[in-house]
Design a protein around this ligand. Structure first.
Ligand SMILES: [Zn+2]
Length: 177
């Protein structure tokens, strides 16, 4: 699916669900009090900016991707900028030859922006930046460089690495459904 960078997020019209990355079996799901702006929902045939990102950006972006699992139940996204589909024998988490990141991924990430605003990107954004030279808008680059997904604010739900979890959010077990 393609969404213009910085357009309002509408992929999932319910709230955001953050999975506990330490065990993947617990999650907090809530109606966000923040606005979500799309970043990096690329698609072949649509134009998107490319170029060299600042030093450290790729590394910091991957740290967020490794630290979060958001809306992870919506299935596997495959990169369609890559030249050919992968054969079924290729494990989806393994990068293609010459690539730094896998060209398929699940879920999304959230990066706090200005107060009340969060950037919403597919986890594949790391592959887009590192392997396709996608250059996201400057406000997103700055937000990633300023965001520490292992910040001290996460004491309440240590496995959920995002600061803007509402006070009334509860941690539930996948089995509870
Ligand atoms: Zn690709």
């Amino acid at each position: 699916m393609f969404y213009e960078d910085l357009s309002p997020y509408a992929y999932r019209d319910q709230g955001d669900t953050f999975f506990d990355v330490t065990d993947g079996m617990r999650f907090a799901s809530f109606e966000p009090a923040y606005d979500r702006l799309n970043i990096g929902w690329l698609e072949a045939g649509r134009s998107w900016p490319s170029g060299r990102a600042p030093r450290n950006f790729g590394r910091r972006l991957l740290a967020v991707i490794d630290a979060q699992q958001v809306n992870d139940m919506l299935g596997l996204h495959e990169c369609d900028l890559c030249p050919t589909p992968l054969p079924d024998s290729h494990f989806w988490q393994t990068p293609r030859p010459g690539d730094l990141r896998a060209s398929a991924g699940t879920g999304e990430i959230r990066v706090p922006g200005s107060p009340g605003t969060v950037f919403a990107a597919p986890s594949l954004v790391g592959h887009y930046v590192l392997d396709h030279r996608y250059l996201p808008p400057q406000p997103f680059i700055e937000a990633v460089l300023a965001f520490d997904p292992y910040g001290t604010w996460q004491a309440r739900f240590p496995g959920i690495r995002f600061p803007w979890i509402p006070e009334d959010a509860v941690l539930r077990h996948v089995d509870d459904e």
